[in-house]
Ligand binder design. Structure first.
Ligand code: SAH
Length: 205
């Protein structure tokens, strides 16, 4: 891993991300392990990159922002929908106690397993399947991260699998525009905040 490159990335993110634990996680997770070999020179740039199967590893700033919104302290159980390369799951794994990550493409999940192992990440459990149904076997989750865009509404199964006080962050597409949505369960009530514009592949169920 290039220390200079990771420090440069963290300096870039520092203008927008204020949670020091998130910045430390970005510095510590070797993004070069999660990108295809031919894209290694760009691994530490603040840009999304193709990872095969028509999917992308998200831009580090967006991954960091979504992690920050989940306000993780270290003791949580987290569900990550859309494993992709496994990079986002690896960051979550540094911020929480255990991460369950589900991906519909078995080949991507297989590659993510190798990358996570190479990166020395031990607290991520991978599953293959339709993440819009969540992963009921390990529910409830203190936090849920969705890395693919839902159409108009967050899948109800995911909301049902949130623990009391839980947070969920997801890109939601509405009227042709994708925005991050942050959902919280507060005293049995749901609160949804719509945030900045983003660009994610669709959540397919
Ligand atoms: N978090 C990833 C990037 C995710 S890209 C990373 O850090 O690299 C979005 C991923 O969501 C893709 O890999 C896509 O295959 C997956 N996906 C889309 N719909 C899904 C669904 N219903 N269930 C599980 N995975 C899904």
């Amino acid at each position: 891993m290039s220390t200079a490159a990771s420090e440069r990335l963290v300096r870039t993110l520092r203008r927008h991300i204020f949670d020091e634990r998130v910045l430390a996680a970005v510095a510590a997770v070797p993004r070069d392990r999660f990108v295809p070999r031919d894209l290694l020179p760009e691994a530490w740039e603040n840009i999304p990159l193709p990872i095969g199967a028509g999917q992308t590893i998200s831009q580090p700033l967006v991954v960091a922002r979504m992690c920050e919104l989940l306000e993780l302290e270290g003791h949580e159980r987290v569900l990550d929908v859309g494993t992709g390369s496994g990079y986002h799951a690896a960051l979550l794994a540094r911020l929480a106690a255990e991460v369950y990550s589900i991906e519909r493409h078995a080949a991507l999940s297989g590659r993510a397993a190798l990358a996570l192992e190479a990166a020395g990440v031990g607290n991520v459990t991978l599953a293959v399947g339709d993440g819009s149904l969540g992963l009921p076997a390990h529910a409830p989750y203190d936090a849920i991260n969705v890395a693919a865009a839902a159409r108009r509404r967050i899948p109800p199964a995911l909301i049902e699998q949130l623990a009391p006080g839980g947070r969920l962050v997801a890109p939601v597409e509405e009227r042709g525009e994708q925005r991050l949505a942050l959902l919280r369960v507060h005293g049995g009530e749901l609160r949804v905040t719509r945030l900045e514009r983003v660009r994610f592949v669709p959540l397919r169920s």
